[in-house]
Design a protein around this ligand. Structure first.
Ligand SMILES: Nc1ncnc2c1ncn2[C@@H]1O[C@H](COP(=O)(O)OP(=O)(O)OP(=O)(O)O)[C@@H](O)[C@H]1O
Ligand SMILES: [Mg+2]
Length: 236
């Protein structure tokens, strides 16, 4: 049975800029299902990151509703939202966003800090994740001692370690070469599929849509169309 995990209804986001008003999102209504991989595709400035941040509760909509597992997150307090994110959401960023003073292992354990489990159990979970992303031997390294691709592996481990229901990835391969891009995409999509997690990937690279079940085209803050590509993937 299909299970909606995130629902947006009539979401609008307007940024006031002096006398001007920038409409970053215009009447966006979308449904994301559990276990599916989505690709949010659009040119620079089309509203992709704004949409992602609103779904993740990092930004508030000007108007409209967002239901995350049936919870109306547009109504939640900041404090509740923070707990909500820790529990249900993982993030992978283009620029990795690792803590520079922490080792790979320490970075990967961060989302577990608020869980009521021992440090030993946290380390074990994070270590297993680092092994799953192929970094088992680099756990003592700090971000500056790792390549870009390795840093992104740490950030993928961090995003998945808490077994979140939804993982957001905003241009996760934007700084990587073609070969590493393929490795990262296989890794992120493989992990999400294995654990039946929903993955929402933001990109302007049409090539990456082949990893997805559904492509959502966004232009000037509006959803142009959504396309189910799950059956046509083999030909690509
Ligand atoms: N904090 C802000 N204040 C004012 N305008 C903003 C703000 N954030 C985004 N915008 C505007 O909203 C629009 C959408 O921006 P957004 O960052 O969502 O685009 P994007 O599709 O993620 O682009 P990119 O591919 O370059 O990351 C742009 O016109 C941008 O200038
Ligand atoms: Mg963006």
């Amino acid at each position: 049975m299909r299970e909606a995990i995130v629902e947006l209804k009539g979401v609008r986001k307007v940024y006031p800029m002096g006398d001007e008003r920038i409409v970053a999102l215009d009447d966006v209504s979308l449904t994301f299902e559990k276990g599916k991989v989505y690709c949010l595709l659009g040119v620079s400035g089309s509203g992709k990151s704004t949409l992602l941040n609103i779904i993740a509760g990092l930004e508030r909509p000007t108007r409209g509703e967002i239901f995350f597992k049936n919870h109306p997150i547009h109504k939640m307090s900041e404090k509740k939202l923070a707990i909500f994110r820790q529990k249900y959401i993982g993030f992978v960023f283009q620029s990795y966003n690792l803590m520079p003073t922490l080792t790979a292992l320490e970075n990967a354990t961060l989302p577990l800090i608020f869980r009521r489990i021992t440090k030993r159990a946290r380390n074990k979970k994070a270590m297993n994740m680092l092994k799953a992303v192929g970094l088992g031997k680099r756990f003592k390294h700090k971000p500056s001692q790792l390549s870009g691709g390795q840093q992104q592996r740490v950030s993928i481990a961090r995003a998945f370690v808490n077994e979140p229901e939804v993982v957001f990835a905003d241009e996760p391969t934007g700084n990587l070469d073609t070969k590493t891009t393929k490795e990262m995409m296989d890794l992120i999509c493989g992990l999400a599929k294995k654990h039946n997690q929903t993955l929402i990937l933001v990109t302007h690279n049409l090539e990456l849509s082949k990893y997805c079940d559904e492509v959502i085209y966004i232009s000037d803050g509006k959803i142009e169309k959504t396309e189910d590509v799950s059956t046509s993937k083999i030909q690509l």
